[in-house]
Ligand binder design. Structure first.
Ligand code: SAM
Length: 287
């Protein structure tokens, strides 16, 4: 990046350039702010992620940054300059913005100093062909962004192969969810599907579908998780699993509980299940 690569006005910026933007009325800033709404993320196919580490991890795992935005105060920091140069070299747009612009984009008073805009990626269910040793998570109508983000992060940490979202779910590319994934949104394939299509797929997927259910008769530690690839199927936060999904599963398991709580939080139950399902595959030598 050289000094003549820079422009300094609030008209529409060109790609492969670094541009300083100070106005909230700039049309590019308006488009980026619009990504806080699901309908605009769906229409544009883009989402935003905050934080320098997360943006570097995304680049390192092969994600293309469409637009990089950073606070003017972060200019000159070696890692920020390096990321900006990579984005410019890849034909992306780089915007240096004021703290005020960054706060309005991220809806935070003390925003992270770097934000990346990425193209959302969905993996079609038909492309999911679980192999031996693979564990997938399927979530029925997950509602809570924090739960979904935590589950994606936990699935990544447990070595799961991906997350299948069944039915009407919260958006994994919402800013709050992306924050909760701590970067794991870039690491795992995400699939969305209707319940009927999931049921058709599971008949031929060659995996054991292990449903979790508060009425499950089998202790979650009993199934042989090593026999086949596994899909751990989790229910909605309020309603649990509907009968059609629960009955079509190979087995319905329950995590024994003591105390007064009716059930575990969905993300916690998913974590317990995943680490049990992959217990035979996880060792302290993994990293
Ligand atoms: N009222 C709901 C019900 O009756 O199922 C509670 C749902 S619970 C908060 C959300 C999901 O977490 C459940 O559908 C199930 O997948 C999982 N879960 C929570 N506690 C569990 C337990 N003790 N055993 C098995 N699954 C559990």
């Amino acid at each position: 990046m050289t000094s003549h690569d820079r422009t300094r006005d609030d008209t529409l910026p060109r790609r492969g350039l670094v541009k300083e933007v100070t106005s909230l009325a700039n049309p590019v800033i308006k488009d980026i702010k619009a990504l806080s709404q699901k309908k605009n993320r769906e229409a544009s196919g883009h989402f935003m992620a905050e934080g320098l580490k997360l943006v570097i991890d995304a680049l390192d795992t092969g994600w293309h940054i469409d637009t990089l935005i950073y606070a003017i105060s972060a200019k000159g920091k070696p890692l920020v300059d390096k990321v900006a140069a990579r984005v410019v070299a890849g034909g992306g747009l780089v915007l240096e913005v004021t703290e005020k612009v960054l706060s309005s984009i991220t809806h935070r008073d003390n925003p992270q100093s770097v934000v990346g805009i990425f193209r959302s990626r969905w993996t079609p269910l038909a492309e999911v062909k679980p192999n031996a040793g693979e564990t997938w998570v399927a979530l029925d109508r997950v509602r809570d962004p924090g739960n979904l983000g935590t589950i994606i992060r936990t699935a990544d940490a447990a070595g799961a192969s991906g997350v299948i979202l069944i039915g009407e779910t919260t958006d994994p590319f919402a800013l709050e969810t992306v924050r909760a994934t701590m970067g794991s949104v870039f690491a795992l394939p995400l699939v969305r599907t209707a319940a009927a299509d999931f049921l058709k797929w599971q008949r031929h997927a060659g995996a054991s579908v292990i449903a979790t259910h508060l009425k499950g008769a089998i202790d979650y530690r009993k199934p042989d998780y090593a026999a086949k690839p596994v899909v751990v199927l989790m229910g909605n936060e309020q309603a649990g699993l509907p009968d059609d999904l629960a009955e079509a599963a190979d087995v319905r398991v329950r995590i024994p509980q003591q105390g007064r709580a009716d059930s575990l939080n969905l993300a916690v139950a998913t974590g317990v299940m995943l680490f049990e399902a992959r217990r035979h595959l996880l060792t302290l030598d993994d990293r």
